[in-house]
Design a protein around this ligand. Structure first.
Ligand SMILES: [Zn+2]
Length: 445
């Protein structure tokens, strides 16, 4: 009972067809939207409406957050970043947007925003900050991208939609490129493939807005200079830990110099305003207590990128000695074992990760993948079903559900999942497998 219409994938609000249409319109150079730039007040050509920005955010931000191992379970820390973020958003040009702020468990150094206002900072970058004014500056910069509609601007030029339409199976970026195919198999979204990469002009504008918002929220402009000093110093040490941050937000001497000058002139009267260092230290005390474990994970990820899995596992095991329930360390040691084809050990760590953080999806994918390798198709299917309940919209999950059903000899349900998968992804070996089966089983002639 398969036909094109009844398996049309309905993503949350925006269908793949609409996406394709949007990007093809953009590629063909049609510009039919004209909107007022919320920041400059000037007319700007815009193909993407505010509703679309919010829909894209809802569809893709949860996948990226899960790829970054979900938000931290430390609700006090999440509450804190949410409180600072809301205060900043109220001082922005688009205060009506549905903003949300969280710290994600990932240990590499990064912060990012989706076009509807979903904003995240990693544990790694919070450890680099020194006070609340620097945190406000970081969130202000991300709010700047949302307010100046930089992602929407890229979509209008057809740059971002290409990445999105190409599907989350595309593995680009830097950090996990070395993991290549493995990351796809394990249900991860390739490092940063969903994230906008901003131009130098975008960065300039986001910095200007960021400083405006943080001063508007009552902080000392020196805090923005502090953030730039930190970024500038990080950018001088080439490291996989910061690759994605600077690939998406290009750093330059000019950004630093401009911040120093603006803080001293335009916002000179706010130069000695509050930095709230004590408040920041208080709210991040638990996080800073995990610093040694986080550094072990960062070192392990560097080894993973170099495919040195044994060395990587050593670092992750050291991290677990310091923080036995660390979800990232448990997931990463599982991934490292799966990469070495130690499937039973990989499954064991995936199950520990599930216990450490039952509401987060990624560990279910790891558990499902290891069960497939151990030929436990029924068990694996349940894991992927749990994953999809927690986090719908990842095409890899759809493929693996079909693969499990094929393993259980349930041909018609398997064909349904393969059909769903091919609606989203048409390239790669999974797509070939799905297509071949549909031909073999007579669903495609
Ligand atoms: Zn930026």
């Amino acid at each position: 009972m398969l036909n094109k219409n009844n398996v049309q994938i309905k993503t949350r609000g925006l269908t793949r067809r609409q996406f394709l249409w949007l990007s093809s319109m953009a590629a063909a150079g049609y510009v039919f939207g004209c909107a007022t730039d919320p920041v400059t007040g000037k007319q700007q050509f815009m193909l993407v409406s505010e509703d679309t920005e919010i829909q894209i955010d809802k569809q893709y931000a949860p996948l990226q957050f899960s790829s970054d191992f979900g938000e931290v379970q430390d609700s006090r820390l999440n509450g804190y970043i949410g409180q600072i973020g809301k205060k900043m958003a109220a001082a922005s040009h688009r205060p009506h947007m549905p903003y949300s702020f969280r710290v994600v468990n990932a240990t590499y150094v990064n912060a990012y925003a989706f076009p509807g206002g979903s904003i995240a900072a990693t544990r790694g970058i919070l450890l680099e900050l020194d006070n609340e004014a620097e945190l406000a500056s970081l969130l202000g910069h991300e709010l700047g991208h949302v307010n100046a509609r930089h992602a929407a601007e890229q979509m209008s030029k057809g740059q971002l939609t290409q990445a999105l339409v190409g599907g989350v199976s595309v593995l680009a970026g830097t950090q996990s490129a070395a993991l290549g195919d493995l990351a796809g198999q394990l249900g991860q979204i390739g490092a940063g493939v969903l994230l906008a990469s901003y131009s130098r002009d975008n960065e300039r504008e986001a910095d200007a807005l960021g400083m405006e918002y943080m001063v508007g929220a009552g902080y000392g402009s020196e805090g923005f200079v502090g953030l730039m000093e930190m970024l500038s110093s990080l950018s001088k040490h080439k490291s996989t830990t910061v690759d994605l941050l600077f690939a998406t937000h290009p750093m330059s001497q000019e950004r630093y110099d401009t911040a120093v000058q603006t803080a001293n002139t335009k916002y000179g009267s706010a130069l000695n305003g509050p930095l709230n260092r004590d408040r920041y230290m208080d709210h991040t005390a638990a996080l800073r207590g995990q610093k040694a474990a986080i550094q072990e994970i960062q070192n392990g990820e560097k080894q993973m990128a170099a495919r040195k899995y044994e060395a990587a596992s050593d670092h992750f095991r050291n991290a677990l000695k310091k923080a036995p329930d660390d979800y990232v360390a448990l997931c990463m040691i599982s991934i490292s074992n799966l990469a070495q084809k130690n499937y039973a050990v990989g499954r064991q760590y995936a199950e520990m990760a599930q216990q450490a953080y039952p509401e987060e999806a990624q560990a279910y994918h790891l558990s499902g993948y290891s069960k497939i390798q151990l030929k436990d198709f029924e068990g694996a299917f349940e894991e992927f079903r749990s994953y999809e309940r927690l986090l719908p919209g990842n095409p890899n999950t759809i493929f693996f559900k079909g693969y499990c059903q094929e393993g259980m000899n349930q041909i018609e349900p398997a064909a349904n999942e393969y059909r769903r998968y091919l609606q989203v992804v048409q390239q790669g070996k999974y797509a070939q497998h799905a297509y071949r089966r549909l031909v073999d089983w007579g669903y495609i002639k």
